[in-house]
Design a protein around this ligand. Structure first.
Ligand SMILES: Nc1ncnc2c1ncn2[C@@H]1O[C@H](COP(=O)(O)OP(=O)(O)O)[C@@H](O)[C@H]1O
Ligand SMILES: Nc1ccn([C@@H]2O[C@H](COP(=O)(O)O)[C@@H](O)[C@H]2O)c(=O)n1
Length: 296
């Protein structure tokens, strides 16, 4: 009997609950969430056995990272080991390009435009997203806002997951990147609130002084937001007014992701086979039985 025939037979068998062999089976996902739900399987040209990719755009300090954190927390993912996470988050800031020596000097004085699309290595972002969609493990560089460059020898590994969130000011700007998302969220926080949050954040966390933060904001951040970021709001499927304060919107998104995770067909198969259907890793969902091909 062939291996697939054997597994098929086991699936129908009451003894499958003890078949440990399937613990190392990499989950396969489709986006057909239910008969009446949206069929995401052909949304981005990738075949259906890929992670569900969510883009999260919005102006600086609108709360993109905080919204992603809340989503992760509510899905019980935040404190899991990286290798165990079903939902992971990546920042577009990891894809700022390397500056030339003269650009580096300007950046040190707050005179480089980090809000212009040219500041990003969009080809690298695209390539990484394609690898993620192909189910590959990827290395994400760590960005250092103090040196305005990628931290040498520092990166983090993103293991294959069911849902991947990508947040950044211009994630909907580049058409080829934009087309990869299965769902697009735009965090819409008013500009006064964003500036009031950005000033203390940049001073405390990004090593800037007040004058530099305000000059950069007036010369680059604000005009670039209006020219490049705000026009991408029209591409969003869901707009989240007030960012992380909007608990209703966050709960709706979490519910949608949770439904997707619950309906992940192979998870169901694995859970049924291993008799795990009553245990949940995500509220109300079958627990992932194996580690999805991730290293132990
Ligand atoms: N709803 C909120 N209420 C108060 N402070 C917030 C809220 N959302 C975000 N912040 C703070 O504002 C700053 C920017 O938020 P962050 O989520 O990093 O924004 P973004 O990722 O869009 O740049 C951070 O210091 C964060 O702690
Ligand atoms: N070296 C850098 C790189 C980026 N910025 C600013 O960060 C903003 C994007 O990050 P958010 O978390 O605010 O979305 C963007 O507005 C850049 O101006 C920087 O100041 N220095």
């Amino acid at each position: 009997m062939s291996m697939s025939g054997f597994l098929q037979k086991c699936r129908a068998s009451a003894y499958c609950g003890v078949l440990k062999i399937r613990k190392s089976y990499r989950p396969i996902h489709t986006y057909k969430m239910a008969d009446k739900s949206t069929d995401y399987s052909t949304a981005n040209g990738f075949e259906s056995k890929t992670p569900f990719l969510i883009g999260v755009a919005g102006g600086t300090a609108s709360g993109k990272s905080t919204v992603c954190q809340r989503i992760m927390e509510k899905l019980g993912q935040q404190h899991k080991e990286q290798t165990e996470r079903r939902v992971v988050c990546i920042s577009q800031d990891s894809f700022y390009r390397t500056l030339t020596p003269s650009e580096r000097l300007r950046a040190e004085r707050g005179q480089f435009n980090f809000d212009h699309p040219d500041a990003f290595d969009d080809k690298k972002l695209l390539a990484i997203l394609k690898d993620i969609l192909a189910g590959k493990k990827v290395e994400i560089p760590e960005y250092d806002y103090i040196t305005n460059s990628i931290s040498p020898n520092r990166s983090h590994t993103i293991y294959p997951a069911d849902v991947v969130l990508i947040e950044g000011i211009l994630v909907f700007y580049f058409p080829e990147v934009r087309e990869l998302f299965h769902m697009k969220l735009f965090v819409d926080t008013d500009s006064d609130t964003r500036l009031a949050r950005r000033v203390p954040r940049d001073i405390m966390e990004r090593g800037r002084d007040l004058e530099q933060v305000l000059n950069q904001y007036m010369n680059f951040v604000k005009p670039a937001f209006e020219e490049f970021c705000l026009p991408t709001k029209k591409f969003a499927d869901v707009i989240i007014p007030r960012g992380a304060d909007n608990l209703v919107a966050i709960d709706l998104i979490v519910q949608h992701i949770s439904d997707y995770l619950k309906r992940s067909p192979v998870d169901k198969t694995i859970a049924l086979e291993l008799g795990l259907s009553s245990q949940s890793s995500v509220p109300g969902s079958p627990q992932r039985a194996g580690k999805g091909g991730r290293p132990h």
